[in-house]
Design a protein around this ligand. Sequence first.
Ligand SMILES: Nc1ncnc2c1ncn2[C@@H]1O[C@H](COP(=O)(O)OP(=O)(O)OP(=O)(O)O)[C@@H](O)[C@H]1O
Length: 367
Amino acid sequence: MTELRLTNLSKRFGGTGDAPAVDGLDATVRDGEFFVVLGPSGCGKSTLLRLIAGLETVSGGEIRCDGALWSGAGGHLRPEDRGVGFVFQSYALWPHLTVERNVSFPAEVAGAAPRDWKALAAKHLETVGLTRFAERRPAELSGGQRQRVALARVLASDARLVLMDEPLANLDPHLRATMEAEFLEFHRLSGATTVYITHDQREAMGMADRIAVMMDGRFLQVDAPETLYWRPATAEVARFIGRGALLPATRRGGRVTAEGLGEVPARDNPALADGFCALFVRPEEVRLGGDAAEGGAEARVVRAVYRGGVWELTLDLGGLRLEAVGPARVRVGDIVRATVAGGWPLPAPEGFPMSRNAVEDAFVPAE
Ligand SMILES: Nc1ncnc2c1ncn2[C@@H]1O[C@H](COP(=O)(O)OP(=O)(O)OP(=O)(O)O)[C@@H](O)[C@H]1O
């Protein structure tokens, strides 16, 4: 059992005028969970991981593992006493040691007999498919192979809590996809509670049991990937995850009317009060084609990008900007029929809509 509990956790570097790097975080990472912290550069992800590892002291709040205090006003457990495994973007392998000894080194240091640590290394190198590389040095391996050595080392250390800091960031896209599967297999095998940080939402969506969306040192929402995608808590989270559009709308008794579109079959958001709101529409909720009887309207294509199998579109529907996705070839300037066939009403963010026709409120995340 390894449950990690963060309570009002804060870390402030430098003077009191500086914004905290971690700012009053509350979260529980459940036993055996693959917990992904997703956020933009500088939001405090690495600092959070270093706090959990014990490499930084906390400025406020507490970290507890299975109830035992790791960091807080009551004390600071040394990193080496936390029994945590690490996998970093930079591999962090010992360059002068062979692959075998990189894997077995923690066991050697712990005093295991050579026969035992050799067997341990052999077992885990086999698990990650590197048996024939045992005598090589890290410099003689590819990036993916080096990450496998790091995984084998964590398996050999039998850590119950594993911290991973953007471990796939240095790998090319093809290898990343393969390694994602290997990391999940590693997680299944080890059963270790894992905290994995990334700024890559595709990676987060594909790997996480739950994702914490982190911004400015805080968690905005902690939920399963599907929940974050279809039921973001705020417009800020909605904007951060995937593509979509925010339309000015009104909710009354569970029914949602979007300005210029009439009533829309939106999913009900029980957390939302009646009144003015922002209707969040994913590309998959914009139906293309059909006829006037189905309630659609004519829209002009203002952006069309082929994504292999599908076209990613931005549409202008009577002044409303919508994000859509379609299977057939389309060109900028084409007129298509579009129907808003769903949506998720959210509290209107401050200053929303930015303009009367909401054109600025559609968004495509940077890639
Ligand atoms: N040792 C330090 N001294 C002072 N400020 C620091 C220190 N480490 C981090 N910071 C600051 O804390 C904030 C969060 O940094 P952190 O490295 O945790 O972000 P991050 O989300 O991991 O970013 P990235 O994805 O770019 O690595 C930043 O403003 C950073 O400048």
